[in-house]
Design a protein. Structure first.
Length: 94
């Protein structure tokens, strides 16, 4: 059965931050993941005149059980990774 790992990263700082991602509990990760990023000026907004000022960008992303991701300034990043197993014991989870 196929499962999914979703990683959400938020950076409220004005500089990039490196995030060390470690997923050893997941035995079978599909390295072909997707990465969706919403970033830019925190005061920016969409309007009728400029409806595309703030839009998320989705791209293909390659992952492994351990990787470093550079989180853009003022951003929300969602990394979606498919797995081949749905039941995993994660430390700290119930």
């Amino acid at each position: 059965m196929i499962g999914e790992v979703i990683i959400r990263l938020v950076n409220t700082d004005s500089t990039s931050v490196k995030a060390n991602i470690n997923l050893p509990a997941f035995r079978s990760l599909n390295p072909a993941a997707t990465c969706t990023v919403l970033s830019g000026d925190p005061m920016a907004e969409n309007s009728f005149e400029h409806p595309q000022n703030v839009i998320p960008k989705t791209s293909a992303f390659t992952v492994s059980k351990s990787f470093v991701y550079s989180v853009l300034p003022h951003s929300l990043t969602v990394i979606s990774i498919k797995t081949n197993k749905t039941k995993h014991k994660i430390s700290g989870s119930k």
